[in-house]
Write a protein that binds this ligand. Sequence first.
Ligand code: NAD
Length: 484
Amino acid sequence: MVSRVIPVDPFDLVIFGGTGDLAQRKIVPALFRRYCAGQWPNATRIIGAARAGLTTDAFRDMVSDSLRKHAPKRSKDPEAVKGFLQRVEYVALDALSEDGWAQLAKTLRTERVRAFYFSVGPRLFGPLAERIRAHDLANAQTRIVVEKPFGHDLESARALNATLAAHFDEGQIYRIDHYLGKETVQNLMAVRFGNMLFEPLWNSQYVDHIQITVAETVGIDGREEYYERAGAMRDMMQNHLMQLLCLIAMEPPAKFDPDAVRDEKLKVIRALDPVEPHHIVRGQFAGGANGRGYREVAGNPRSTTESYVALRAHVSNWRWAGTPFYLRTGKELVARSSVINVMFKDAPHSIFGEEAGRHANALSIRLQPNEGITLTVTIKEPGQGGMRLVDVPLDMSFAEALGPESQDPPDAYERLVMDVIRGNQTLFMRGDEVEAAWAWTDPIIAGWQARGDVPKPYENGSTGPGDAELLMKRDHRRWQGINP
Ligand code: NAD
């Protein structure tokens, strides 16, 4: 089965921070892959805009290098690279002064979608928005794209929303959470709302609990300053894990339309109970055979920033009353793995007797690596020897049914950037969602600060602090393994 490419109309995309890490590693390679797929027409232009005094030729060299590194397969085609680079331009510009803005105005064309990607630190969001307006660069089809972190707490998120709202309508603001662009995350919605099979069971009557794990093997190298101020709660839990929780827990929206979906997600966040202090575990990697400890890397021997957090959350509504959601995320862990496990209840009565053991179904949605969905079902172990039961995975990676292409799903940024151009906000966070997520997160962090909480150490390359195991054990449950 070949994926359908629905071309978009020509557009101008300005990437503020075009020379930065995110632009060169993610955004530009994603645009290149979409160009190779024939998704956007030749009249389109990608305009890098950053402080460095580069010429367009020098910027194209930089982009060419990045494509070799970050889109190695497709960049082997010299014609494709040449065609793409012809559509790339550069304007040297300062977000905090008038330098370069007149040049940018001259570069843009009218009557087409004009997207501004703010791939810069959040302190520049306001100045950029102001200057776009002051130089009259916004047209009827203007969109702005902003990256995380969206605020540091509720107050700063509100201030950021207010700054952007002073210059743009909510319908023009695209707040990226790249987890939402992952193929499997969208597949989760298709599985839930496109089948009769799962939705009747998707509630506290049949689901015992849900686990969401986002484990990373990387540490904080190169991001020490930012991370010291953020920690795992702000960096991962408040946004990525919260978004996954919303998609798992939300009610079916009436339509797959941006506001219908986001209204339902917002209801989930608002239904979250405050987290009890004994339902949360903070950890900090302490080094060991597999690398240096957090405090050493951060250059702060007394740092109490958490690089790991596990918690038990409750969504207080009819569907989920009594079903715990266990969320955990951490750095320097044993494997890179993002998985949602929906753990169903045991069958109410075993007709096979005690010796058959206890069995329950589980639906595992793997986001990375190896995106795919697995349903664990109980069957009879083949052969003689009575009724022995065994749990086997029903693999829904779809490779056989959908062909090899399904094994190479587009990068999240490919979908998200094209959605910006198409004007589809379904997979982007609305301002009120972000604020609600901070309203839930802030008291947790304030509690740590008030109690002088110190994160529990864990060894690099482990599954996290032992207390996270206890969090589950107390409830007679256990975490699923963190497997690559
Ligand atoms: P970076 O430091 O590599 O790049 C910053 C870019 O901003 C550079 O192009 C620089 O020239 C430009 N810039 C800085 N000051 C400027 C000014 N006054 N005027 C014009 N341009 C200016 O940063 P990055 O890693 O690319 O991250 C950009 C943003 O995206 C940050 O907010 C970051 O938190 C966020 N983000 C990054 C990643 C990532 O993987 N790098 C992932 C998610 C979110």
